[in-house]
Design a protein around this ligand. Structure first.
Ligand SMILES: *Cc1c(COP(=O)(O)O)cnc(C)c1O
Length: 386
């Protein structure tokens, strides 16, 4: 893990003749050519240049250049949302007959992709449990092309040992795709362990202020070439405005993520042992089941704390209703602390069994710890539990 905060602040699209300090917004659908011959040469990729904003745009390119630095990746493509990045990348790399080995704990819409959408095109999957790594190898078939995981997972906070998985993927010559949304490049770089593609919902910590949607895929040059070809011709491109917002946000990513982690650890420590809770889950709490792995693989514990409220579904909802400052919302990674009840919202479309298998109990509440004063966040949570 390296500190790339300087690149995230200093990399910038080429300065115009106005000598602006902050990058302008390139709001243009297309770009003009000096003559017909230049148009031909740029289209033929003999000459470098912008063509059309579905393909590329200076604001989007700036964001991608920074993300490649942060994730130690060769190349990237930016999408209109995180799901755009996940769908676009998998659709580009997979074909009918291929099989995906996926961690069972995945974002709700990623689960829908694997279980409902990809099967329409003959792409199958098997889920493997993070807690039983010894089983993963036996789930690989001759049709397996790719391994897809989140670590930590949303919202169960399950971790997967990236060093171990990097070995497994090399042994079987598979692609490893990691949704690094929860950790952000500040806390871990999956490419250090051999990940071929790293995906982000830029909507979360990369924006960090709950304003815009965005998705990023970065990784191996040859794979990004396939992703770019697919995306350029199917149209999920990120808008220049969103890229401008997200690129500016990267200037403070390091600072924000460190503070999110400091506040989250304080919240987790303060609520541990609260009589209204069965358990507090946070990767950097010593009683976290994968504490050793978290310490080995992540620089800090992340900004998400989950609470098991005693009394289940109704008690969890009643707790959320008593919050005064903290927002009830589905987003995460915002400066503002947010509480979410996955069983009744983000994961309500899963069956009871599917939820249980991924640790989403009826009483689970996900807290995306924000950047307010830690004592104010803790006071609101404690009064609502009290
Ligand atoms: C939010 C999220 C996504 C989806 O991103 P959108 O920007 O909402 O499309 C994917 N993976 C994880 C882990 C997420 O938290």
């Amino acid at each position: 893990m390296s500190d790339n905060s300087t690149e995230a602040i200093r990399l910038q699209a080429q300065r115009s003749h106005y000598r602006e300090h902050s990058v302008p917004l390139y709001f243009t659908s297309s770009f003009v050519f000096d003559d017909a011959e230049q148009a031909r040469a740029v289209f033929a990729e003999e000459e470098q240049g912008q063509v059309y904003s579905r393909y590329a745009n200076p604001n989007v390119d700036e964001l991608l250049q920074k993300m490649c630095h942060l994730e130690k990746a060769e190349d990237g493509f930016a999408f209109a949302s995180g799901m755009g990045a996940i769908f676009g990348s998998l659709a580009a790399l997979l074909q009918s007959g291929d099989h995906v080995l996926a961690a069972r704990s995945l974002f709700g819409s990623t689960h829908q992709l694997l279980t409902k959408i990809f099967p329409k095109w003959g792409i199958s999957h098997t889920y493997a449990d993070a807690a039983r790594p010894e089983e993963w190898e036996s789930l690989i078939t001759p049709a397996t092309k790719l391994i897809l995981i989140e670590t930590p997972s949303n919202p169960g906070l399950e971790l997967i040992d990236l060093a171990w998985l990097g070995e497994l993927k090399r042994k079987h010559n598979l692609l490893l795709v990691v949704d690094n949304c929860f950790a952000t490049p500040v806390l871990q770089n999956p490419t250090d362990f051999g990940a071929d593609l790293v995906l982000h919902s830029a909507t979360k910590y990369i924006d960090g202020q709950g304003r815009v949607l965005g998705g990023i895929a970065v990784g191996r040059k040859d794979l990004i070439a396939e992703v770019r070809y697919f995306a350029r011709h199917t149209g999920p491109a990120m808008s220049p405005f969103n890229a401008w917002v997200l690129s500016k946000s990267l200037e403070t990513l390091q600072l924000r993520v460190e503070k999110h982690c400091e506040n989250a650890l304080k919240v987790a420590e303060a609520l541990s042992g609260n009589p209204a809770l069965e358990k507090v889950n946070y990767p950097f709490l010593p009683d976290f089941p994968q504490y050793e792995l978290a310490k080995k693989q992540m620089r800090m514990g992340g900004g998400i704390v989950t609470l098991q409220v005693k009394g289940g579904y109704d008690a969890a909802k009643a707790f959320i209703d008593k919050l005064q400052m903290i927002s009830i919302s589905a987003n995460l990674g915002d400066t503002r602390t947010i509480a979410t009840h996955p069983a009744s919202t983000t994961h309500s479309k899963l069956s009871e069994q599917e939820r249980a298998a991924t640790g989403i109990t009826p009483g689970l509440v996900r807290i995306s710890v924000g950047l307010e004063r830690a004592e104010d966040i803790i006071a609101d949570l404690e009064q609502a539990l009290g």
